[in-house]
Design a protein around this ligand. Structure first.
Ligand code: MRU
Length: 366
């Protein structure tokens, strides 16, 4: 293989499988899974063994490269594309909200189409999945710089769900400024919402921050209000799974409640994410599909015994949409977008579509 990226999602040494850190086992066990079949890949995404919008995209790109290897060399360009499209659609159906999944698969399909008739078509796909991963690392780094420019040493930051290295690559998005600041000798106090019902804040965010030497306090979701009222939070940093053209942002269920509280207490609320998470084809948040998950995640998961009768109805949306009017800024690798988002996000896409590379500021900046 030409390259090996040693993150928590990567290709096996021989390139014929995808290796992932099983996020469902954290923080108690560090276990890696080897994904070889489309079913294993689908299940890993749907069960959140691999999760976080950018990370799902990276994983799916590697998945498709591995699945492409199973298509016989003798397959014509049409047969190759037909099989690959089928596999991509199957993987894309595993989770509907995070747009990075479809975005990464489409990038791989575009590359496949351009090289379908080549004898070395797999080489092009290998380069593309590595490029998707490397670009995410660079985007996270840039987002971290811009995010860091918004906060000061000693600030209290509240975050919801997990938008750290596990959900992306290297720095993460919402947690990136905190890790970067730590590298530069700054200290922050982070309040991590536990994030019911799947506890990404408890299991993953507090784990990542704690292991990274960052002062973190875990709170239940319904405690966000009191820490804000106490004056302990100077900014909220959250990730995103899909941002609409008008700035409405889908993220883990409960995020919009945090934004409403932040507005009440006059605390800036920032959404951090790469342009691969912005879906300009969605005019508003109403166009973003919201994943509904198994009611038993509410009734019984993580409890020693069920906490509700099996017949009790549960509504379990995995994401909600934060209205753009509640968002103080959307931080992408191209910089900090401010309202009106229809214009600022469009300007970012104009630069991106024109092939203008983003520039990571040396130190903060906007
Ligand atoms: O259901 P999950 O755990 O995949 O949800 C993840 C989130 O909501 C994250 O905040 C989001 O993907 C941002 S990832 C940098």
């Amino acid at each position: 293989m030409s390259e090996y990226l040693s993150d928590h999602v990567h290709l096996s040494d021989d390139g014929t499988a995808v290796i992932i850190l099983d996020q469902t086992q954290l923080p108690n066990r560090t276990e890696y899974l080897t994904l070889r079949t489309a079913k294993q890949m689908f299940d890993a995404i749907q069960s959140l063994q691999v999760r976080g919008a950018p990370c799902i995209g990276i994983c799916a790109a590697y998945d498709l490269y591995v699945l492409a290897q199973r298509i016989p060399d003798t397959a014509s360009a049409e047969e190759f594309m037909s099989k690959l499209n089928e596999q991509a659609n199957y993987l894309a159906s595993s989770r509907p909200t995070a747009v990075n999944l479809r975005w990464a698969l489409d990038r791989m399909l575009d590359t496949a189409k351009a090289h379908a008739a080549d004898t070395d078509r797999l080489t092009a796909l290998h380069s593309e999945c590595i490029a998707i991963h490397k670009e995410d690392i660079a985007m996270c780094r840039s987002i971290a710089e811009y995010g860091l420019s918004l906060i000061s040493d000693g600030d209290g930051i509240l975050t919801h769900c997990n938008a750290g290295p596990l959900a992306t690559s290297r720095y993460g998005t919402a947690l990136g400024p905190l890790f970067l600041g730590k590298e530069r000798g700054m200290n922050f106090h982070v309040f991590s919402d536990e994030t019911r019902p799947l506890l990404q804040g408890a299991r993953l965010t507090s784990y990542e921050l704690s292991r990274g030497g960052i002062d973190v306090t875990l709170i239940c979701d319904n405690m966000a209000s009191i820490v804000m009222k106490n004056g302990w939070v100077q900014a909220c940093f959250v990730g995103c799974d899909r941002v609409a053209a008008n700035g409405d942002a889908a993220n883990k269920i409960g995020t919009s409640g945090v934004a409403i509280l932040a507005k009440h207490y006059g605390i800036p609320f920032y959404v951090l994410g790469p342009t691969s998470t912005i879906d300009i084809s969605c005019a508003t948040g109403d166009d973003i599909p919201i994943e509904l998950r198994d009611p038993n995640e509410i009734r019984e998961k993580f409890y020693a015994e069920p906490m509700a009768l099996p017949e009790v109805n549960c509504y379990n949306p995995a994401f909600d949409v934060t209205d753009h009017t509640l968002i103080s800024g959307i931080i992408t690798e191209y910089g900090i977008c401010r309202a009106p988002y229809t214009e600022s996000l469009r300007a970012v896409f104009d630069r991106k579509n024109a092939g203008i590379p983003f520039e990571t500021p040396e130190k903060g900046g906007n």
